[in-house]
Design a protein around this ligand. Structure first.
Ligand SMILES: CC(C)(COP(=O)(O)OP(=O)(O)OC[C@H]1O[C@@H](n2cnc3c(N)ncnc32)[C@H](O)[C@@H]1OP(=O)(O)O)[C@@H](O)C(=O)NCCC(=O)NCCS
Length: 343
């Protein structure tokens, strides 16, 4: 029988510096009222000079390992979801591996923008179900502030920085990642992009002068697709898990815009009490948004073995993704660690 992939640890990290709507009013032609009514965002975090994506990911990962009761050497794979890596080369996952001292782990990066965590969760769970890995660290981190044009009001009010991680572990329990749904529409690549700095448009004085290394976005185009993609992929993930929406204990949506969250909630007919929302405090933290909200929810609970969580996101690419996770009896998994796992 294939093992299942259960979450046994989680953690998140947010930079201390807060950029409020009032701060942004002094930087671009915007207002607290416009930002709050159009997006629900009140403030976001901005990384300090020494807080790179790998630094924040490592802090979140240490918390996740502590929570799981594991050492870094116990991990055999690290998947790092990011669109804002420290460097184009080496991968940020490798930097996290070194910083953690996860000497027994392979490491790679995965870039699918704001859906990165859910894509990585899907990949990680399949490494475990195939028997290739026993313990996988899925970490997501973004320093989107480094790619923001703070003169462009259509983007800079929306995004923030942060990192979050989960440990996925093999279990024989009927729990863990029950289903995932991944989708993409590459023909819409132009509506959210960082155009320069890659091989198609290498960085040059011209690209820098034109601001092509900043995030550019057609927000209202994304808005329309986002609601449909979030609702459809949620329904598919719940169905693939053999459940109905009423079996879902909590929904953790991508935190891009409270209006998108509410429209998705209405499409899925969800009570307020089922939704995990923190967009007002952190804005859109890219691939990190779902796992930060998940970690905050898990820190405050309550959650019990057998509870079903639905996570759903959309992002650049365009991409969308959803996953259903049944909460495992973590104490039982920890208790069985003394027994060597079957090869
Ligand atoms: C970006 C978003 C908040 C804009 O809201 P919207 O209601 O669609 O607003 P529009 O883009 O139609 O712009 C309406 C007006 O507000 C203006 N505006 C845009 N940003 C503004 C800001 N920060 N402050 C004040 N006015 C602003 C526009 O210039 C436009 O003015 P105009 O009517 O004179 O041309 C919304 O479209 C959104 O959230 N989209 C999804 C974006 C997203 O999630 N991206 C990440 C994907 S993971």
């Amino acid at each position: 029988m294939h093992p299942n992939a259960a979450i046994t640890g989680w953690g998140h990290y947010l930079p201390e510096r807060i950029l409020s709507n009032q701060d942004l009013e002094k930087m671009v032609a915007t207002s607290d009222e416009w930002i709050r009514t159009r997006t629900g965002i009140q403030e976001r975090r901005v990384a300090g000079p020494s807080e790179t994506t790998s630094v924040m990911c490592t802090r979140a990962a240490r918390l996740a390992l502590d929570r799981a009761g594991l050492f870094a050497q116990d991990i055999d794979l690290i998947i790092c979801a990011t669109t804002t890596p420290d460097h184009l080369l080496p991968g940020t996952g490798c930097l996290v591996q070194r910083k953690l001292g996860a000497d027994n782990a392979g490491a790679f990066d995965l870039n699918s923008a704001c859906t990165g965590f859910l894509y990585a969760l899907s990949v990680a769970s399949q490494f475990i179900q195939a028997g290739t890995s026993r313990r996988v660290l899925v970490v997501a981190g973004e320093t989107l502030s480094r790619f923001m044009n703070y003169q462009d009001r259509t983007t800079c009010v929306l995004f923030g920085d942060g990192a979050a991680a989960v440990v996925l572990e093999a279990t024989e329990q009927q729990a863990g990642v029950l289903s995932t749904v991944l989708g993409a529409r590459g023909d819409a690549e132009h509506i959210l992009a960082i155009e320069a700095g890659g091989s198609a448009r290498p960085a040059s004085p011209d690209t820098v002068a034109a601001g092509e290394h900043f995030v550019r976005m057609q927000g209202n185009e994304i808005f329309k697709t986002a609601i449909r993609a979030m609702a459809q992929s949620s329904r598919q993930a719940v169905q693939r898990a053999g459940l109905s929406m009423s079996d879902i204990h909590r929904v953790v949506p991508h935190q891009a815009n409270s209006r998108i969250i509410v429209a998705t909630q209405q499409a899925l007919k969800l009570d307020d009490s089922k939704l995990v929302v923190n967009v007002e405090r952190y804005g859109n933290t890219g691939s990190t948004s779902v796992p930060i909200a998940l970690a905050e929810f898990l820190d405050t609970g309550p959650i019990h073995a057998g509870d079903n969580l639905l996570m759903v996101a959309f992002g650049g690419g365009l991409t969308w993704a959803a996953a259903v996770v049944r909460w495992a009896d973590i104490a039982q998994i920890q208790g069985q660690r003394a027994t060597p796992l079957a090869a």
